[in-house]
Design a binder for this molecule. Sequence first.
Ligand code: PSU
Ligand code: MN
Length: 301
Amino acid sequence: MTVPESSWLQILPEVKTALSEGRPVVALESAVITHGLPRPINLELARRMQAEVRKAGAVPAIAAVLDGVAKLGLTPEELERLSLDEQVVKISRRDFSWSRATGRSGGTTVAGGMIMARAAGVRVFATGGIGGVHRGGGMDVSADLPELAQTPVAVVCSGAKAILDLPRTIEWLETAGVPVVGYETDELPGFYSRESGLPISARADTPEEVAGILRAHWELPSAGGLLIGVPCPESDAIPFDVVQEALQRAATEARNVSGPALTPFLLSRMSEFTDGRSLRANLALLRNNARVAAGIAVALN
Ligand code: PSU
Ligand code: MN
């Protein structure tokens, strides 16, 4: 396939070669690296996600913005710089233009990474959890949701972050026509917990079955994205009620925090309130999701 490129998007040579030869590529989210995990564990985790993708037979491509340039696939030096830089911003759909104009660097959200993946022709994207509808009656709805509605990329994740209003997030996705596929599960994974009690639209038990659903979905006119929900590995998952209690406490403290700062704030408080268990679960599910995503990308090829 001919690999599209424009001046705003630079594709790493290794990734470009894989794409032009028709080999499987998995795009990886980077806001979770820059804003979702503490340094320097974030760098270690990013390297491990890349290694999981390679081990499963695909080429990893971390999506990020460096000095205003959207990059799909980072060199080891670029990854180190992105992970350890404390000035990096969080880049979602609305932020590409100003970060480009001002030459800023940032980690891209699910929405941001999906846009980049699609522009390059990458169909499978891995992360921890998507953004969604926040709790409370306000208007804080992540740009990840409308992106899933419009951009034909499969997002492999462990559901939406537990800090969100999950029932309303699922309703939003249903309204927008985004399939939510449970991978080896009959319910939406609850991020730190394997369960959430919330329904999915379909279940798949192998990468081939997921690939079949993806192919069929993208035969629809103007089809958008899909959510593939993979539960956190059993060894590191946290029971549902333990997560709920920590969340209550974190949410109370977060009353004066809003906007893009809210997610990182809640995640770090959750880690303290669970004695690091939420962090361990997060790391485990991220690696596992990278592995599963690579299997799906291979099957899709
Ligand atoms: N999941 C995590 N940590 C994170 C995020 C998700 O465990 O940091 C990030 C993702 O980049 C996701 C974003 O796309 O939060 C959603 O943020 P917002 O609600 O501002 O759109
Ligand atoms: Mn938000």
